[in-house]
Design a binder for this molecule. Structure first.
Ligand SMILES: Nc1nc2c(ncn2[C@@H]2O[C@H](COP(=O)(O)OP(=O)(O)OP(=O)(O)O)[C@@H](O)[C@H]2O)c(=O)[nH]1
Ligand SMILES: [Mg+2]
Length: 295
């Protein structure tokens, strides 16, 4: 596995963003509602100095509807205006537009249009959100990190411009759990991490927080063995007929089925993080982990 901590293109994107921030009036920071702590880029904060920020908890359709309001309250207590949004269906978008227009009320006589920039880590749905705000497919959207390559302006009306930006990660991680959450929500290419480690993390969260999610999707395993991750991988493999030579379950394929079902929301809404827990924070991850998010 090639080790690239913070590839050149991201450093360049950061410089480009820094330059453009000077000419924008509002920052729309997009995070993944399933992991709002891990998917917030700490490297962005120093760049935003003084600009008003609206935080969007996107993909809220995939997150636990009981947990997302707790996050909203948590951020609001920290003076961060915050909205839950589903950019696939447009839920929360009218409220966001309202918030934008609220900020937009400015003294008359300004010479340039009012500008908002959409920032965040890769694959959180920045471009999808812009398309919802614009009500058309103006930006390319795809379920992999690194789709938006450079900054792109979009005019929304005579006096409002939006800027889409490429997803940005930060150079160093401290918490390995943060990296797992980033990979689970698709912000770092999964191939950069050990997929079975991702599966174990996910299975633990499901066991502790969403005990019905696995039985609902795959049925109850017949044995009454330990309720550990391995038991579920074996069961998923057997249910799906993913057998390797000798009749043993093909672990890799079972992992892929599980992660695919999670990403597509087929396990039901799941929040990987809750406010008040020991939160993932940035720092060194260890070898073999590439945060480029690039494919
Ligand atoms: N379920 C769900 N999927 C979403 C939502 N928003 C975006 N997506 C999907 O997430 C994937 C990534 O969306 P993009 O808009 O390309 O993400 P991005 O943040 O612009 O990504 P980069 O340009 O790579 O930084 C796409 O498959 C979208 O359809 C949402 O609110 N809910
Ligand atoms: Mg994009």
């Amino acid at each position: 596995m090639d080790i690239q901590w913070y590839p050149g293109h991201m450093a360049k994107s950061r410089r480009e963003l820094q330059a453009r921030l000077k000419i924008t009036d509002l920052v729309i920071e997009v995070v993944d509602a399933r992991a709002p702590a891990s998917t917030r880029n700490p490297d962005l904060q120093p760049l935003l100095s003084g600009k008003p920020v609206v935080l969007v908890l996107n993909k809220s359709d995939l997150a636990d509807p009981q947990v997302t309001p707790q996050w909203q309250a948590w951020f609001r207590r920290r003076e961060t205006p915050c909205l839950a949004v589903d950019s696939r269906r447009g839920v929360g978008v009218p409220e966001l537009l309202e918030m934008i227009h609220l900020h937009q009320e400015r003294p008359a006589g300004r010479l340039r249009p009012w500008r908002a920039v959409v920032v965040g880590i890769p694959n959180v749905g920045k471009s999808a959100l812009i398309n919802q705000l614009a009500r058309r497919r103006a930006m390319a959207v795809a379920d992999r990190p690194g789709v938006t390559r450079g900054p792109q302006w979009l005019r929304l009306g005579p006096a409002l411009e939006l800027l889409d930006t490429p997803g940005l990660l930060w150079p160093k991680f401290t918490d390995p759990a943060a990296a797992l959450h980033l990979a689970l929500v698709g912000a770092i290419a999964e191939a950069r991490l050990d997929a079975s480690e991702l599966a174990v993390r996910l299975l633990e969260i499901l066991r502790d927080r969403y005990p019905q999610a696995l039985p609902r999707r795959y049925g109850e395993p017949p044995d009454d063995g330990q309720n550990d991750p391995q038991r579920w991988l074996d069961w998923i493999g057997r249910r799906r007929g993913l057998l390797a030579a000798g009749g043993k379950v093909d672990q890799e394929r079972a992992v892929r089925v599980l992660l695919g079902d999670f990403r597509e929301g087929r396990l039901g809404p799941v929040s990987l993080e809750r406010p008040g827990e020991a939160q993932a924070s940035p720092g060194p991850l260890g070898p073999g982990v590439d945060r480029s998010g690039g494919a």
